[in-house]
Design a protein around this ligand. Structure first.
Ligand code: CU
Ligand code: ZN
Length: 171
């Protein structure tokens, strides 16, 4: 069957009208095997990117690598099922403020003596559409600090918590 161009245009706009664009997303972080690290990350569309708000508990004091990983799959006990860093543009590993980076390179979170880490910043690369769409990908908190140099992982060590980024109800 050959569809007329007008039909295709009408069908496409019906799809666009039916699906409200995503403006908020959330990832609930659950401990990997042997870990007691858990938390929540929310993502909200703002001017200049996506605001990332993190609250994680159960950490050792200090810096911990924090990334979006390729797969929204936390099924492996060690979190390795989430794959490597989300890197749709094939760039080197770096930090969130670097021009060349993985889209998943969100940097480090810093835990205090109580083991809790909070962070809020606007990420210029993350998005809810296009090639840098973070929806459905994984979030990992690591045992060690990301050094922003070691390729392709930042040498951040074991995976202590894992979650999947899902669309949330908008404002
Ligand atoms: Cu990671
Ligand atoms: Zn990376």
């Amino acid at each position: 069957m050959k569809l007329s161009p007008m039909f295709v245009i009408l069908a496409a706009s019906a799809v666009a009208a039916g699906a409200a664009p995503v403006t908020k997303a959330v990832a609930t972080l659950s401990p990997t095997q042997g870990s007691s690290v858990a938390g929540k990350v929310t993502f909200a569309k703002v001017d200049g990117g996506v605001k990332v708000s993190v609250h994680v508990t159960g950490l050792k004091e200090g810096a911990h690598g924090f990334h979006i990983h390729e797969f929204g799959d936390c099924s492996a006990p060690d979190g390795l099922s989430a794959g490597g860093h989300f890197n749709p543009s094939g760039e080197p590993h770096a930090g969130p403020k670097d021009a060349q980076r993985h889209t998943g390179d969100l940097g480090n979170i810093e835990a205090g003596k109580d083991g809790a880490a909070t962070l809020e910043y606007v990420d210029a690369r993350a998005a809810f559409d296009g090639p840098n769409n973070i929806l459905g990908h994984g979030v990992i908190v690591h045992a060690a600090a990301d050094d922003f140099k070691t390729q392709p992982t930042g040498n951040a060590g074991a995976r202590l918590a894992c979650g999947v980024i899902g669309a949330a109800k908008g404002e």
